[in-house]
Design a protein around this ligand. Sequence first.
Ligand code: ATP
Ligand code: MG
Length: 560
Amino acid sequence: MSAENAKEEVISRNFIENEIDKDLKNGRYDHVITRFPPEPNGYLHIGHAKSIVLNTGLAKEYNGNFNLRFDDTNPTKEDVEYVNSILEDVAWIAGDIDRERVFFASDYFDKMYEKAELLIQKGLAYVCDLSAEEIREYRGTLKEPGKNSPYRDRSIEENLDLFRRMKAGEFEDGTHVLRAKIDMSSPNMNMRDPVIYRIAHMTHHNTGDKWCIYPMYDFAHPLEDAFEGVTHSICTLEFEDHRPLYEWVVNNTDFENPPRQIEFAKLYLTNVITGKRYIKKLVEEGIVDGWDDPRLVSIAALRRRGFTPESIRMFMKLSGVAKANASSDYAMLEYCIREDLKLKRTRAMAVLNPLKLVITNYPENEIEYLDVDNNLENEELGKRKVPFGRELYIEKEDFMIEPPKKYKRLYPDNEVRLMNAYFVKCTGYDTDENGEVTTVYCTYDPETKSGSGFTGRKVKGTIHWVAAETAYDAEVRLYENLVDEEKGVYNEDGSINLNPDSLTVLTDCKLEPSLAEALPGDSFQFVRNGYFNVDTKDSTDEKKVFNRIVSLKSSYKPGK
Ligand code: ATP
Ligand code: MG
């Protein structure tokens, strides 16, 4: 199947779109509002990107709205420093977002409190004095029903009074909670009178010391959606068992058109570390260079590595929206970035492991400027001038003294094409005391100039090169998977199987001079070597650092 077909195929509607279509058709909703609700307690990763792409995509598709809501109801865990990085990451992945539709759940504390009082007034919530441990005991097990709390039948007045006093700070942490009055014998444990408010004398980053009671996630989250008029609250599978509670909350708190929850499978990548806990450890132990180390799959790392938002969106489309957990292949993400950059980016010559080549019959001290296409597959990118001279650099691996049978590159007496330039024939070489080749000697044939229409004879190999005199020196970093793929991600003791070769730093690379103008974040194809970008963190005016985004070879075939 061609790449185009593969792309079209997945555009067929996913099960969430089918649900939304039904809701619009039968009049349950006449518009669509989705949301992405991160807790501001860490950096976003590729898994979150799935949710961002899905929710922003649906809002766009249905001409609806998308809300970015910081789920900051828990005063113990949030860390405001993450808010800006999350905003930046979401906007980057989505293209852009409506800044008017960025919300904070903690702004709803007053409204949530009112809804809690409403439940009490309806006889659907009560203040319970059991300790956390007793509540757990009373809850029962999957096999056995729970027992009613002795406080379950308090009067509405008593409940209101106690709840107000909880809010006023009269009680210590852990002495009282507010519970939903549902069903202690429900087969769904989440429905056995779940706690919906707890006392926590803690300062909140947004509301300060205004509150000493805080809503629990399963109560807060559906309300947040409902307050914002969200129609489709799309979450991951682990919340499937919480859906009845979600519905109970929104159906009992007087909303005209409450939201509905739909679950889908999380995105997992084979042999890739996404867990916050593990990444934190790698960062702390200095195994990676921060949360944006290009070997990681945080959004910041993918951006630094040179992935584009388009490539990530394409990956999310190809990986589909499923109801069952499955793992996607990193090679598919690599396929997407290659596809995205193929026609968009200039191709340039860069020698990563340089070996000197001298053309003995080329005039000394002469530099010739060759006309070179920026991208053979996309004429619109124009042409540039590339200097050529008597002394060049070629890749070490493009010369062998004694080549194996199928080797088509340079070796004594063999002739090859220097890409965009001339045919050269190897006439000799120098070695050092270790037998390592230090210089290769060639003669060139001026008749064979690229673009001259020469048809006299053919050569089998083409190699790239960079003129020595005008070469631009740079550092290049090559990446491989952080994890040893043969062994899988984790050892039995929970430690990670690290790949010792995940980073290769090449400090003596020779690039064609046009690359001296490249700015941090710019990306290119280095012919034969892959796609590279200018590192935004470690590049200086004196020396740029290029990251390999992806090599040119692919192990992934679309439609496979
Ligand atoms: P934690 O709850 O451990 O702090 P989290 O990864 O669940 O971490 P959240 O901030 O709660 O972080 O996630 C925000 C949203 O991203 C949620 O709606 C969640 O369902 C979604 N999400 C998280 N991981 C993935 C994933 N691997 N694939 C798809 N969606 C995900
Ligand atoms: Mg979470």
